[in-house]
Design a binder for this molecule. Structure first.
Ligand code: SAH
Length: 262
């Protein structure tokens, strides 16, 4: 693809993390970028309250693609960003959580740079982090977890599904497992993890972390699917697995894990 270089006063694109939902979790940098934007392209996992910072004159385009079914094709979004920047607009691409954590931010930054568009990235609080905090536990803890693995439960078009028994082996070493986009594949993930981890391993799901609709389920790997179905936990949700769930004197810690839903 051939691109004409931009003049100095041409537009720009910022890939901005909108955080997990609660507008108070936006960074100051994100708020400043949203205020400057003349065009906002908004993903569907972006909390409504975040848009209160947009100028009244800003054009807001919702480009969500819920559940992996493309309501706005990725290629269209990318072309739109380039076209708007070339027209001199200050474009903000608002993404849920952090733009570089399963947010296609990497692909978009590559595309924009290849097109000669100036692009900057503004971090956001990723939903996996907000989910752990919603449960009152950290990702890492000196006594319970020496690292963290962020993985997708849905590898998408690449079809390169993860080898769950291998991840379970790493979790057994004391790495907290944080699974994005995993709710629809819970049964398969559970089965793969149980190849290495015991059925009593703590597991939790947090839906809509940090927002008013937040729901939490704390249970064990053995009972995960049954309890999640019973509680009606659906996307968007984060699955956390590991002994770190027993840390920090959270309500359920050190008691025999009975499913708790809140
Ligand atoms: N860039 C985002 C992740 C996008 S992938 C981030 O950093 O958070 C989409 C997945 O993120 C969803 O399927 C779900 O697993 C998770 N997700 C996004 N927002 C969420 C929220 N508020 N609560 C729980 N999970 C969320």
């Amino acid at each position: 693809m051939k691109h004409t270089p931009l003049s100095r006063d041409s537009g720009s694109v910022s890939l901005v993390g909108a955080g997990p939902g609660d507008p108070e979790l936006l960074t100051v940098k994100a708020i400043k970028a949203i205020r400057r934007a003349t065009v906002l392209l908004v993903d569907d996992l972006v909390g409504e309250g975040v848009l209160r910072y947009a100028r009244r004159s800003a054009r807001i385009v919702h480009v969500g693609k819920r559940g992996g079914c493309a309501s706005t094709p990725q290629a269209f979004i990318q072309k739109l960003m380039v076209a708007e920047a070339r027209r001199g607009e200050t474009v903000v691409r608002l993404k849920g959580g952090d733009p570089f954590v399963f947010g296609r931010g990497g692909e978009e930054a590559e595309y924009l740079r290849a097109a000669g568009i100036q692009v900057d990235i503004v971090n956001g609080i990723s939903s996996g982090l907000a989910a752990a905090t919603a449960l009152g536990v950290p990702w890492t803890h000196r006594e319970h977890a020496h690292g963290v693995m962020l993985v997708t439960g849905h590898a998408g078009e690449s079809n390169a599904d993860l080898h769950w028994p291998t991840l379970a082996a790493a979790a057994a070493q004391g790495l907290t497992l944080v699974v994005y986009m995993g709710v629809q594949r819970l049964a398969g993930i559970r089965a793969g993890l149980l190849a290495t981890l015991g059925a009593a391993t703590p597991a939790a799901l947090v839906q809509h972390a940090s927002s008013a609709q937040e729901r939490r389920l704390v249970t064990t790997l053995g009972r995960l699917v049954k309890d999640a179905t019973q509680a009606g936990i659906a996307s968007p949700a984060i699955l956390l697995v590991g002994n770190v769930l027993l840390a920090c004197q959270a309500d359920w810690a050190h008691a025999e894990l009975q499913a708790t839903v809140s």
